[in-house]
Design a binder for this molecule. Structure first.
Ligand code: P5A
Length: 444
């Protein structure tokens, strides 16, 4: 992409309405544009990042055998009356009447709709387990939407649902998502810690939030620091291995505000290991058994001829929130430098030529490099404007491609000034640069 042709509306200064760094940066580099309170349009740069996050989320869902579907955003109130949540959900639910006067709503979540799909399609235990997921816009009429896309009214969520024959199998499904979440967040360059959490309006008695640490987070957390050392790499998709993983994490105290108990915390965690801080909830998983299947009559035939209600769980990831969460984790606000993990970076590398009025040689060189990158599936962005080199670097530091090439007067022959954001400049040739970037991309 040439910056002159791009739709990246950059602001000179930080927008004053934004209180946290992710919101500031997203407005500053034109990733999003507010259309009304808590509702945003996604502009090219922001949309690119969100789509890359979505792709990783999908890949990790597919790996545990979840199948993708797509349910609508607008739902009928009927199924919510069956589950009993139509009244309970309260003012957070956006209710709409169609031209026939039917009560509809913009889905805040999909437990009812997916239970309805299940009950009308599958009848036998032989079809179990089933894991279904979709990635779709949700609407929650939050009282105080804030921090840009972090707590907004319309947001993009991956929600998955599991259907099992009994508690034991359902727990196996739950644990598969538990592992897949750790892997997903890891690929996004984040360290997300599973924490025992409240179930709120979704229900059930087993639930974990996945939290990344950030001072600006809205969730208060209490943890034993040693939980950060727990590794999940060697976990297999087998009951025992997954249980062992959960046990490894659960050895260490880690809870959100609602589950916090001061005495317990002080008893279980010695003072030097106590961590009290804030975090951002990027995922949340629930096990609620027959909370929906029972009132909605979603049952299966069991081996002996009896019937039972299918046991369900649901599993959410805030795909749009993750864009902000990654910025909170990676943006160096003081120096105004963003470095996206290469797995989700809007561009892999920025090319910054020093352009003089009567001399196009740096731009020509930049264009050649650009096409060479393209051939190698490396996405680059060239700043072909006639601004001076330091304001170009500033701009590219905000856009946050993790690598930069600067083409200045000193550039001669094959050697290029190449740097990874935050590291020293190296003088190497294009083939070596391509090799470095490709290796990083494969690893992620
Ligand atoms: C799980 C999937 C659920 O809705 N039902 C289906 C369950 N869980 S949840 O915790 O309420 O939401 C899942 C994730 O969605 C993100 N999220 C939000 N993102 C932006 N703005 C909001 N207002 C918002 N509300 C929830 C969070 O990442 C949450 O973990």
């Amino acid at each position: 992409m040439y910056i002159s042709k791009s739709f990246i509306p950059i602001l000179k200064n930080n927008p004053s309405e934004a209180k946290i760094k992710s919101h500031q940066l997203m407005l500053r580099v034109g990733m999003i544009k507010q259309s009304s309170a808590g509702i945003y349009s996604w502009l090219p740069l922001g949309f690119k990042v969100m789509k890359k996050i979505e792709k990783i989320v999908k890949e990790e869902q597919n790996k545990i055998g979840a199948q993708e579907i797509l349910m609508p955003t607008i739902q009928s109130s009927e199924i919510w009356k069956e589950s009993g949540r139509y009244e309970d959900y309260g003012e957070e639910m956006l209710r709409i009447k169609d031209r026939q006067g039917r009560e509809m709503l913009f889905g805040p979540t999909n437990e009812e709709l997916v239970t309805d799909i299940f009950r009308s399609s599958l009848k036998s235990y032989k079809s179990l387990p089933q894991l279904l997921y979709h990635i779709q816009w949700k609407f929650r009429d939050e009282i105080r939407p804030r921090f840009g896309i972090m707590r907004c009214r319309e947001f993009y969520m991956k929600d998955a649902y599991s259907f099992d024959i009994n508690d034991e199998e359902a727990l196996f499904s739950y644990n598969k998502f538990y592992l897949s979440y750790l892997k997903t967040f890891n690929r996004l360059g984040l360290i997300a810690i599973p924490m025992a959490a409240d179930t709120g309006p979704i229900g059930g008695n087993l639930s974990h939030e996945f939290i990344i640490l950030a001072e600006t987070g809205e969730s208060k957390i209490y943890a034993d620091k040693r939980i950060f050392d727990v590794k999940s790499d060697d976990t297999k998709l087998e009951k025992k291995s997954l249980e062992a993983l959960r046990n490894k994490f659960e050895e260490f105290y880690s809870v959100t505000d609602e589950k916090f108990n001061k005495n317990e915390f002080e008893k279980k965690v010695k003072e030097t290991n106590r961590l009290t801080t804030k975090g951002i909830e990027v995922g949340h998983i629930f096990y609620f058994g027959d909370k929906y299947s029972k009132p909605m009559g979603a049952s299966v035939d069991l081996p002996g001829g009896k019937k039972d209600f299918v046991k369900m769980g649901s599993y959410g990831i805030g795909v749009s929130r993750l864009v902000g969460a990654i910025i909170e984790a990676k943006y160096d606000e003081k120096n105004e430098v963003m470095k996206w993990p290469i797995s989700v970076a809007p561009y892999d590398v920025s090319i910054i030529p020093m352009i003089n009025k009567n001399d196009n040689s740096a731009l020509d060189k930049a264009s050649k490099i650009y096409f060479e990158f393209e051939k190698n599936n490396i996405e680059s962005i060239i700043d072909d404007s006639d601004e001076n080199i330091s304001s170009k670097i500033k701009k590219m530091n905000l856009i946050g491609a993790p690598y930069q090439i600067i083409i200045g007067k000193q550039t001669d022959g094959d050697l290029l000034e190449f740097k990874e954001i935050g590291e020293e400049v190296q003088k190497i040739n294009l083939a070596e640069i391509i090799k470095i970037i490709k290796e990083q991309k494969v690893r992620n």
